[in-house]
Design a protein around this ligand. Structure first.
Ligand SMILES: C[S@@+](CC[C@H](N)C(=O)[O-])C[C@H]1O[C@@H](n2cnc3c(N)ncnc32)[C@H](O)[C@@H]1O
Length: 213
């Protein structure tokens, strides 16, 4: 969890961070991924399934002290066989296994025709009173950050854009609107949906939390 001083520093430097710090902390500042994990971790109720965890399963390992499992469709660095699930519409877990399920910066990467079935599957593996957490940036901010990371990778010959490394499939998008997220989360059966802003990103990123009754 970030200290108060760190949050003030992150707040003041947000524009600089938004165009240079995507997946690695540097210069005493938090990268955008660290910030999203920090906000999401506050909502977690216990054993967590992180869908679309990305390289190194960072959220579960570093922010939840390994209480849960991260899964991804792609064999990123730092993931092992147990982390790879090619078809997220059929998760290899019993009903009610998890206390929380997260979709961090990735619901837009689920091809459109599979979004509802993946959310329904998340509902199935969640225990009653468990919660789902979905993070998503403001549409314009998402587009600008995606452009910034592409330019950054090109100029500095780095691999900060994890989606470029995997190659985006047809039906993936750069962002999802709040109304589409809300509609799909409710359609999957969740209730009590609430939106919370990331203060240190000037409200340009946010999360939704909703519950299984
Ligand atoms: C922008 S990255 C976010 C990674 C990580 N959750 C984070 O917050 O840093 C999007 C992730 O979605 C994953 N993804 C791609 N297709 C997916 C699918 N059908 N279901 C779930 N995740 C998927 C990608 O492999 C990638 O790891």
């Amino acid at each position: 969890m970030r200290s108060k001083k760190q949050k003030i520093l992150d707040f003041v430097t947000f524009p600089l961070r938004a165009i240079t710090l995507f997946i690695e902390d540097k210069w005493g500042l938090s990268c955008l991924a660290t910030e999203r994990y920090d906000y999401a971790s506050k909502e977690i109720l216990g054993n967590c399934l992180d869908v679309g965890c990305g390289p190194n399963n960072r959220f579960i390992r570093e922010f939840l002290h390994s209480n849960g499992i991260g899964i991804d469709v792609f064999e990123y660095e730092g993931l092992s066989d147990e982390n790879i699930v090619r078809d997220m519409t059929q998760l290899p877990y019993e009903d009610g296994t998890f206390d929380s399920v997260t979709f961090l910066a990735n619901i837009n990467h689920i091809p459109k025709d599979r979004r509802d079935s993946e959310l329904m599957e998340a509902y199935r593996v969640l225990r009653p009173k468990g919660n789902i957490i979905v993070t998503m940036g403001n549409p314009l901010a998402e587009i600008l950050v995606h452009k910034a990371v592409t330019i950054f990778d090109f100029v500095f010959k780095t691999h900060q854009d994890v989606d470029l490394e995997r190659g985006m499939e047809e039906g993936e998008e750069y962002y999802l609107t709040d109304s589409e997220i809300t509609k799909r989360v409710l359609k999957a059966g969740f209730t009590g949906i609430e939106k919370k802003y990331f203060a240190t990103q000037w409200g340009l990123n946010h999360l939704f939390v909703a519950f299984k009754e």
